[in-house]
Design a protein around this ligand. Structure first.
Ligand SMILES: Nc1ncnc2c1ncn2[C@@H]1O[C@H](COP(=O)(O)OP(=O)(O)OP(=O)(O)O)[C@@H](O)[C@H]1O
Ligand SMILES: [Mg+2]
Length: 603
């Protein structure tokens, strides 16, 4: 099977009600190797068995009866050869087993990473990051251990058992039957513990996810914790969760370790009984001394696999639980990026009509209601309104991050949902309210997602437009400066401007600026605003802002409250009308006048 098809295998095919079937499906492309690993271990077991049979020959035929046709050197060579064979096949099996386990989990990790990036916005806003991290690391690792150890061991144990059982059967049938009395007992204990360990392990993993969520949130929010002096509270909370994990871990270990003493008792009794009956039979002359010696060795190789089988069954429960937890993510449907078949012939015009638009995140909880307005191509629409009034929500409907629930948005006369998401996202550039930068260089952050080679000239032009070029040059490494943990820590305003440069470089037909100038001072804001107005030329733009200054030149201003548009018009109209807009305008101009006066006094 080619490498390519293995990497391309869609793991959604491995979703199965029966978890063992699912795991078998997950092994697609690696099954031959897996079977190879088991076969090798079987051959190693066979070499071991033959060692004991050779021992019997050596004692009975060579020593006692002195009728051997093979000389001592050959018998010695036989022992060495068998030992070599056993070693080689054990090694081969180890190699194949690790290739199987590492290969399957590598594919799984890649798939999960890819999958997680393609899930819907709704899924991500509902799911805790810590839980997702837990499932993509710890649970994947449990599966890796399952493939590396348990899956191989099941095969190994069964083969060892069958081969050695046949060998003992060959020595004496009665002895063979006496040697396996313990099997039903071991199986019952294993299956009982299997259920208990499954439950204990699942609850352990859940608690671990809670702990990693706490850790992850604390690290991201470390500033808030410090600012509010909540260290003590956070430590107590962590300690409580950690103690719960400790308890669950103890319970899990207890279940796991219960198996050993119980199985030891059973296996010890079995060994004693086997040796005893074997010895009696040897004394009575029913079997030869050599047979007894061979039997004594073989018996161990039946009992220990059995004891391990029980353990493997118990441990398999962790693999199965982890399989389910991983499959929970794989089951989620991806955002269909290609869904929708309308692709305009030429360029997108950028004409929007919002008709009785309504949207709810949760059913029955109306976030946007009866939104009606139209936007001409190249026009600037400003959104203003109290916090939580739905401004961000409204603009996030445009790239189809979420699907509107009622009414219609027409883009160039065509319903928005007819456009493929991928196309819309290429056409729409967003500067988010809280821009996120990667721990990469500033240049890489600016060119992120452009999808083509960009010249330094272009990058600089974008940075200049976003009024950040000088700022970047002030860093020692300029555009090659690393952002984040290993590099410089950028201020909110710097981050925002880099995000603006990133969006400008993308050169989108439609521009969305969500509060893009909120983290900068008034002077820089004026600078950026000027740059932005230039850039908004010929692009349909939606700008969310809190300062009247930022929106005064817009072609249409929408004032929002509780998910509805309460005022609509241009600046000159709105300030002459009774309403929220005029109130905000009055307050803001008053504050600015006062500021100006104070500054004059200082001078
Ligand atoms: N992912 C989400 N799931 C559920 N509800 C959400 C989600 N995002 C926002 N909301 C809710 O929708 C409402 C509108 O939020 P939105 O972010 O659109 O407000 P906004 O006008 O942008 O506010 P701000 O000026 O503070 O940015 C709020 O009540 C908020 O709680
Ligand atoms: Mg917002």
């Amino acid at each position: 099977m080619s490498r390519f098809s293995k990497q391309d295998f869609d793991l959604q095919n491995t979703i199965s009600k029966n978890r063992l079937t699912g795991i078998w499906k997950m092994m697609y492309g690696y099954r031959l190797r897996y079977l190879g690993a088991i076969t090798s271990i079987g051959l190693a077991a066979l070499a071991k068995t033959f060692t004991f049979l050779l021992l019997r020959y050596f004692i009975d035929t060579y020593f006692l009866e002195e009728t051997a046709t093979i000389g001592l050197p050959y018998i010695a060579l036989g022992f060495i050869g068998l030992a070599l064979l056993e070693g080689c096949f054990s090694f081969l099996s180890g190699v194949l087993a690790s290739q199987t386990a590492e290969g399957i989990t590598r594919r799984l990790r890649n798939y999960l990473f890819d999958h997680l990036q393609k899930l819907t916005f709704t899924y991500h806003s509902k799911t805790k990051t810590g839980d997702l991290i837990e499932r993509s690391t710890s649970d994947v690792d449990a599966l890796r251990r399952f493939f590396a150890d348990q899956a191989i061991n099941i095969g190994r144990i069964l083969l060892l058992f069958i081969v050695n059982f046949i060998a003992i059967l060959n020595i004496n049938a009665k002895l063979a039957l006496i040697s396996i009395i313990v099997i039903p007992f071991i199986l019952i204990v294993s299956l009982l513990l299997f259920k208990k360990v499954s439950v204990a392990y699942e609850s352990y993993q859940q608690q671990e996810a809670i702990l990693s969520t706490t850790l992850q949130e604390n690290l991201s929010g470390v500033r808030v914790v410090k600012a509010f002096s909540r260290q003590k509270y956070e430590i107590d909370k962590f300690d409580k969760d950690n103690f719960e994990k400790y308890n669950r871990g103890k319970r899990l270990l207890l279940m796991d370790s219960l198996f050993w003493p119980i199985s030891d008792i059973f296996c010890g009794l079995q060994l004693l009984a086997g040796y005893y009956f074997g010895a009696v039979m040897a004394i009575n002359g029913e079997i030869t001394v050599g047979s007894y010696m061979a039997y004594a060795g073989l018996l161990i190789y039946i009992i220990f696999p059995l004891r391990n089988l029980g353990r493997v069954i118990v441990q398999t429960s962790t693999g199965l639980v982890s399989y389910s937890r991983v499959i929970d993510i794989i089951k989620e449907n991806r955002e269909p990026l290609d869904q929708g078949d309308h692709l305009p012939d030429g360029d997108l015009q950028g004409n929007f009509d919002f008709i009785h638009l309504g949207f709810e995140y949760e059913q029955g909880d109306q976030t946007l209601e009866d939104i009606n307005f139209s936007v001409k191509p190249g026009h600037v629409t400003a959104l203003l309104g109290s916090t939580g009034s739905g401004k961000t929500t409204l603009v996030q409907l445009l790239p189809r991050f979420y699907e509107y629930t009622t009414g219609e948005i027409l883009l160039d006369g065509v319903p928005l949902h007819k456009y493929p998401r991928k196309y819309l996202r290429q056409q729409i550039g967003i500067v988010e309210q809280e821009p996120f930068l990667f721990s990469r260089t500033i240049r890489e952050n600016i060119t992120y997602g452009v999808g083509r080679d960009v010249s330094d000239q272009e990058v600089e032009t974008a940075a200049k437009a976003a009024a950040i070029h000088e700022g970047i040059l002030a860093f020692q490494d300029g555009y090659q400066t690393l952002v984040g943990e290993r590099g410089v820590t950028l201020s909110g305003g710097q981050k925002q401007r880099i995000a603006i440069a990133r969006t400008l470089l993308k050169n989108p037909r439609i521009l969305i600026l969500d509060d893009s100038t909120s983290s900068v001072d008034t002077e820089t804001e004026a600078e950026i605003r000027e740059a932005l107005w230039n850039l908004m030329q010929n692009r349909t733009t939606f700008i969310i802002a809190h300062r009247i200054q930022s929106v005064a030149d817009a072609d249409l201003i929408l004032v929002m409250d509780k998910g509805r548009i309460i005022q609509k018009g241009i600046h000159t109209e709105l300030i002459n009308k009774e309403g929220v807009y005029r109130e905000i305008f009055k307050i803001q101009t008053r504050i600015e006048d006062e500021l100006k006066k104070e500054l004059e006094n200082v001078d």
